[in-house]
Design a protein around this ligand. Sequence first.
Ligand SMILES: NC(=O)C1=CN([C@@H]2O[C@H](COP(=O)(O)OP(=O)(O)OC[C@H]3O[C@@H](n4cnc5c(N)ncnc54)[C@H](O)[C@@H]3O)[C@@H](O)[C@H]2O)[C@@H](O)CC1
Ligand SMILES: Nc1ncnc2c1ncn2[C@@H]1O[C@H](COP(=O)(O)OP(=O)(O)O)[C@@H](O)[C@H]1O
Ligand SMILES: [K+]
Length: 571
Amino acid sequence: MTELLTAAQMRAIEEAAIASGAVTGLELMERAGRGVVEAIVEEWPELGPGCRAVVLSGPGNNGGDGFVVARLLWEAGWDVEVFLYGDASRLPADARVNYERWCERGEVVALSDETLFRSRANTSADDRECIVIDALFGTGLSRPLDRDVGMHLSGTRSTGSFAFMKLVAVDCPSGVCIDSGRVLGQQNVPTATDLCVTFHRAKIGHYVTPLVDAISKLVIVDIGLEEDFSSKISRIGEGFGSMFEIAAQGGAGAIREEALSEAMHGAYETLAERDGAVRLLEAWFPDELGKAAAIGGHKYAHGHALIHSGGVGRGGAARMAARGALRIGAGLVTVGCPPGALQENAGALDAVMLRSVADGEALREMLGDARISAIGIGPGLGTGAREAGLVRAVLDASADAKRGVVLDADALTLVAQDESLFDLCRSHRSVVMTPHAGEFARLFPDIAKRLEEQPMSGPAYSKVDAAREAAARAGCVVLFKGPDTVIASPEGHCSVNSAAYDRAAPWLATAGSGDVLTGFIAGLLARGFGPMQAAETAAWLHVECALSFGPGLIAEDLPEELPTMFRALGV
Ligand SMILES: NC(=O)C1=CN([C@@H]2O[C@H](COP(=O)(O)OP(=O)(O)OC[C@H]3O[C@@H](n4cnc5c(N)ncnc54)[C@H](O)[C@@H]3O)[C@@H](O)[C@H]2O)[C@@H](O)CC1
Ligand SMILES: Nc1ncnc2c1ncn2[C@@H]1O[C@H](COP(=O)(O)OP(=O)(O)O)[C@@H](O)[C@H]1O
Ligand SMILES: [K+]
């Protein structure tokens, strides 16, 4: 797992590195620009000397990176044109140095529609490949782009502008708030980007919608800000100034990195432990996953999951969830269903047990069995009074926190409709809610509305903020689905399970896949996982199963892929 950073965290890390004397801003800029060029060469090895590059540099350090890219491509024999948006005399120091270095090699043209239109790359008769480098704004974007800049970007991004165009964004596509992945302002700034090269760590915005949908490939360049160094710089805001003071007082020229680390020791938690850190779930699984095999003993030692089904003809969702719970390692799984649906379910279940549950009262009685260690309810359930009674019974009879509960689909709709059910969730210590965007809007309409409003300044409200606020309000773990699934706990822990970039699995958006996820979570809760850990592990395995199976996947395939996954993971 790695941390996804905010722009403020990234700035703090850079500033602390520079203040430590371990590296200069100019060196970081050179490494950043070099990283962009290396990423271009790796992405398009067929491009090289003679190819065209149009570099759009902005008024800050992002523009500075652009000048470095221009120089390095020029030195490699590319035909480079550079445009500047802003006033060269007001560039920050490092960007200014790189501006001047470029000026020794080529011209800088003021960016305007007209100059872009007249660029060599645009007007030449030959159709040599052209790469456009978007180095207008990076982490420093604070307000919406001016209309004309939005227009330039639209112009260059529309395929008609240049003969063969690939668009490379330095750090992030300009106009996007990198904390949220959202475009600032009313401008219809297009963000479609072939390659985005960012530095040190990915930022939150790179992994959440809408930005995650717009970038074809994300490359993270190591600019020498070491892992253990950055991990010590965790708290932005109060107290941070004093760290710089300590660094500055070190005197005697460059203060060594160790001295700075020493100064910070004990004063800052590691980034991973800090509330507010957003973790990206990566090649990872908790040790607990492997423990089932080691526990041995009775099947009840591995937990008993109850999945509640809907009525006749609506049981498929619960049966798939049950299969998921069983495959992920619950010792026993029972499907509970209305008496009328017994026959249907009996014909379709073997290893999964079956119980008739007439109503909420009957369910309450059944839940007197303390060995039932988790419940999944919602898929295919229905939204009538009887079903509301079932959800109430589940929440009432398991609030002792030893029994985890997953609420999905219709159960979420019921909770959204009834404040008293919402209150029961709040007072329960082990509930996981798994809404997709529609269910999320029903449960948290004001939060969903805020997420839809056009942001005018950064940092903008993001899907991460929304999931966190929802979790805090509901007192539950909230798993907000999508290709950018965000999982948040009421305590403020938060992670992103991405199905983008090298984990893209669009075939996972298939009917019933969410039902299987409910089963995965219920199975892990039954095994004794905490709600956050169960949600994270299940979501991560869900995408891994989809990747392992590949296109053609249907929801039923997901549980069946788990044994392959477990073997691959050495579980
Ligand atoms: N600080 C460092 O040491 C490093 C920074 N790097 C680069 O520096 C970037 C951040 O640089 P900056 O903090 O200078 O920020 P940017 O270059 O993203 O932009 C900041 C400038 O744009 C202005 N501005 C913001 N929004 C505007 C708008 N809508 N219209 C017009 N002007 C606007 C700001 O007033 C400021 O002058 C990163 O994205 C990265 O590309 C890299 O070189 C790595 C090292
Ligand atoms: N584009 C996508 N790529 C990968 N996974 C996706 C994508 N869109 C949705 N998903 C995932 O697919 C599942 C769909 O769940 P849900 O919306 O509840 O559907 P259903 O009710 O049909 O089961 C969720 O786990 C969600 O995160
Ligand atoms: K940019």
